[in-house]
Design a protein around this ligand. Sequence first.
Ligand code: X5A
Ligand code: ZN
Length: 653
Amino acid sequence: MGTALVYDEEMTRYKLLWLDPDCEIERPERLTSSHEALLQSGLATRCVSIPVRQATDTEILLIHSQEYLEAVKKTPYMTLQDLQQFTQLYGAVYFHPNSYHCATLAVGAALQLVDGVLTGTVRNGIALVRPPGHHSMRSAASGFCIFNNVAIATKYAQKKYGVQRVLIVDWDIHHGQGVQYAFEDDPSVLYFSWHRYEHQKFWPELRDSDYDSVGKDKGLGFNINVPWNKVGMENSDYLAAFFHVLLPVAYEFCPDLVIVCAGFDSAVGDPEGEMCATPDIFAHLTHLLMNLAGGKLCAVLEGGYNLTSLGQSVCATVQTLLGDPAPRPADLQSPSQSALESIHCVRAAHRNFWSSFQHSPAAPPSEVSTKRVKREEKDERTQRGGATDSEDAVTWPEPQKRRPPPVRTAAVIPEDASCPDGCRRFNISQEDFSNDSTGASLTALVGKMEKNEICNGLALVSDVSTAMAAVIQHASALKQRVLVVCVGGTRIQSHMPEDGTTLTVHFNKEVLEEPRCKYYIPVHLKRGFGDVSGFTQATLGLLLPIAYQYDPGLVLLAQAPSKDRPSSSCWQQLVGLLLGLAQARVLVLLREGHEAFIGPTASSLTGTPAPSLGQVGASQAEDFEALDGLRRRLQVDWKLLRTSVQEHEDEDN
Ligand code: X5A
Ligand code: ZN
């Protein structure tokens, strides 16, 4: 199952024909250089090329009005003067005689991608298109956009394939108001957008882009806006928005298809966004979406105006779609105060619509409201000494090369057990499968993972504690931080070091324990692992933020003996999400007697998207409340757990 690349040079054949400082950044080179970056890095040849086509009138009319379509259709025959005049009808957009043709190809490219993914020709893919689409409305062009590629693709997927729920993730730095307007009363489409807002001072300066636009009528709750009120947002701000807003809702929504409005003007160096997130972050944003909808993900290019940053970001996204391990999310800071204010406000605005937020404080305290800052306040950009005049001054480190190991998944299993699909059998002693040889095999395996010869692995062991101790000892000799995720069991037997060389998160149903130290975190799930919503809440809102901040070099996932086991789809989600850490160096320990988990574990480790969990209903209040309480206690140490600005709690410790 491959990754589609939908691209055609024809979409580079239009440009701005007159002077307009607002529009000059939208240039043909955006596409040529992104495509060139994919060719140079060798990623393009690994993708399945899918040709573009022109969208039909009927398809364009899924979103746009007849009058608007007819008007745009006349532009190829206009004089330069007429084109300029026509352009004046709209905001921040330009027309060229070839714009209409390219706009039909951009829509057609998105539709071809949807076809590829929904027929199963490919698992996922990206469409590199111009013009972008997310600003265009039923009867209006806007912000370089003519037809709304993603909105049309969404309707098309629903109509042609009977897809029920579509999640649109708009990580472009502008608000896709066109997408919001197209679906704001439609509960079958969940639209999430973050965007530079600056209390309505940033283009398109709409009141509708704020966090309190939550959808209308039947679509109440299905429109989620995260307004960024300051420039300079970083990786941790974006991840916090994913962990604490998008992902809990997305899992609850359970989409059948994910479409990304993949604008890369949200990355560092972009003259429009002026944000500080690095291109690598798109590897993680992509990864975090790849276990939704059974992996059916279509990315459609929107903005992105710094050609270097754009090329790197496109490559980070495509390489992740292809299944290569993401780079380590090094040095994550606390989300900024301003980002936390926004996240707090969004969660509060949606608390009645999504069970994950039901314990969020009701209304943002007035001093935390993002409306607090008066609009006439001094411009942030000049205050920060940011990139007002020279965008070229912004630099960032070259992204690290991602070199996937030659072997993806090793399996340490008894001789008589058959090797799961896609795995390489890895036993030190083939003849004698005893405890000792298992230990030796495990340490040898960890050594090979460290040397980048094998990416990840699973092992069937007779005693999980002993195996765990052996792995931890060996890993610490290699000076690797180890994240231990233990599911089930009563208490971790082996004595874990508490110096930060390992971090243990222990999900269990049986015992209620207090965290012993910053590096031992027991998570009590009263209702057990059968409770899908409690499990996802704990994984998304607690485990992942801590794990990303800890940034392990190795992840050890162990299933301890327990009567209560997670469903295999929960387990696969957990494995899939953990693969975003430690460059996918994940070692899974399964206990003899749990052979049924070998297949699903292997499938996830080899990169198969986890099956959907189904629409996640509300968990019993007590679990959510307990998890929220734990999250609040731990956020002193683990700042990526924060969902709001802290007044005094921080200083308590
Ligand atoms: C697709 C996109 C931006 C328009 C900016 C107008 N449009 N100032 O990024
Ligand atoms: Zn944009």
